[in-house]
Design a protein around this ligand. Structure first.
Ligand SMILES: [Zn+2]
Length: 448
């Protein structure tokens, strides 16, 4: 094997001319620098569209692109001239090179590796493994996503959609996401939330595509319904079950906080007038906790056992849940209402109407003001709940996609540019065929 073919293997590109390969000393060891140039027919092409253009100038001279490291972490660079060309459509731009995407300082195979890893590893692991700063991964994600999305229409065959708003940064910065219920893929993401953002999405659809929209699910806000009906004449509005359950869990947690404050006040009153006890272990062993102390402790640690789906509780949480349900009647009532509402979504459709009415009667008479108010809200959304169950909107699949989005948002936290964040969402939840360099694309089932 010649040095030239070995160098081509190292950078994963064939159609280039290798001029020289050398080892270069650095402060931490050595790196391999491969001097290369595009073949004649690949020279002087526009970096954006690839069209053959006239040469404009020699640009900024020699440039380097980082390629995937050699086994023991030795860095490899491609070094080449980067002349500028004059494209009739894109103006004066740096010429295209076969080994890298436009405006990147990394080779395609390096970027493809980084992006694939970003779907599987933590930010810290990627930065350490690839010896790069996390900031450089955001632009790579956008470049790869745009390349994979080019020529695909996410709106083809769109029939049933979900509208979801999610915040992506502290300080209430929101994203509006549109999901395709049938493929579970995110098909659109817009910065912000509200009517104007949602309208941006609907105006992207053709009149035929808007007419084809059959089911739209969301959190039940009136402005969402109005916007949907204004654009999609044939749509039926459904409500995502997890929104309904989350209304309930939020109230349950509010009740828990009230009970916790009550317990703390009772404890303070009990301690008033009693001699002060020292902190920590008393002489002669552990002092027995008073009933008030136990109650404060139990209510405080009851958040997750109460809010989580009981099927997902471990033994420790199950015990805690039993303790709280036995000791606190008000919390027990609120908890049962939450669970009953959650289970309504699992009933056969013909039983749901009666079950909702029964639930509302119980909530109306439970004497917890928040739940009395909630039963009114459930009444307002009864038709949407019935439609959800009738058409079999899958909560589990929606939740799975939502969790994936949340995971991506956490991974992409720190990207300064929101476009990188949106690209990261399309990569992880857009059913795009992402594969490692030299591997086969994912099977056709992963297409949009
Ligand atoms: Zn061009």
């Amino acid at each position: 094997m010649t040095v030239s073919s070995l160098a081509k293997k190292l950078v994963g590109v064939n159609n280039i001319v290798i001029e020289n390969v050398e080892l270069e000393a650095t402060s931490v060891g050595e790196q391999i620098v491969i001097r290369a140039r595009p073949r004649k027919n690949a020279q002087f092409r526009c970096g954006v569209c690839g069209r053959k253009c006239s040469r404009f100038d020699h640009g900024k001279g020699l440039r380097r692109w980082r390629a995937p490291d050699l086994g023991a972490g030795t860095m490899i660079f491609i070094e080449a001239e980067a002349p500028r060309v004059n494209c009739p459509d894109h103006g004066v731009v740096v010429q295209q090179v076969p080994w890298a995407r436009h405006k990147s300082r990394f080779t395609r195979s390096f970027e493809d590796t980084a992006v694939w890893l970003s779907l599987h590893l933590s930010r810290k692991a990627i930065a350490e493994y690839l010896q790069i700063s996390w900031d450089t991964v955001g632009p790579m994600i956008t470049r790869v996503e745009q390349e994979l999305s080019a020529g695909r229409s996410r709106f083809d065959g769109l029939v049933n959609i979900a509208i979801d708003e999610t915040f992506y940064k502290k300080g209430h910065k929101y994203l509006t996401l549109i999901l395709n219920h049938d493929t579970n893929a995110v098909v659109w993401a817009g910065k912000g939330y509200g009517k104007a953002v949602l309208e941006q999405f609907f105006t992207l659809l053709t009149p035929e595509q808007r007419q084809r929209i059959h089911l739209v699910s969301g959190d039940g806000a009136q402005w969402i319904k109005n916007t949907v009906y204004a654009y999609c004449p044939n749509a039926t509005f459904c409500i995502d079950p997890f929104h309904v359950v989350s209304w309930c869990t939020e109230l349950l947690d509010a009740v828990r906080k009230e009970e916790w404050n009550k317990a703390r006040m009772e404890l303070a009153a009990e301690r008033k007038g009693q001699p002060k006890r020292g902190r920590g272990r008393q002489k002669g062993g552990q002092t027995e906790k008073t009933a008030a102390e136990q109650r404060v402790e139990i209510v405080k640690s009851a958040k997750y056992p109460l809010l989580m789906n009981p099927d997902n509780l471990n033994e420790r949480y199950k015990t805690k849940l039993q303790q709280i349900l036995l000791r606190d009647r008000r919390l027990a009532t609120a908890y049962r209402l939450k669970e009953e509402l959650r289970l309504i979504f699992k009933l056969p459709v013909e039983e749901v109407g009666a079950a909702i009415e029964k639930w509302r009667r119980r909530a109306w008479s439970c004497r917890i003001p928040q739940f009395v108010e909630l039963q009114r809200k459930i009444k307002r959304h009864k038709n949407a709940i019935l439609a959800t169950i009738r058409y079999g909107i899958s909560n589990a699949r929606m939740e799975a996609t939502n969790n994936k989005v949340k995971l991506t948002l956490r991974m992409a936290y720190g990207f300064r540019n929101i476009d990188h964040l949106i690209s990261a969402i399309f990569l992880s939840c857009g059913n795009l065929p992402i594969y490692l360099p030299g591997r086969h694309p994912l099977p056709a089932t992963h297409t949009l």
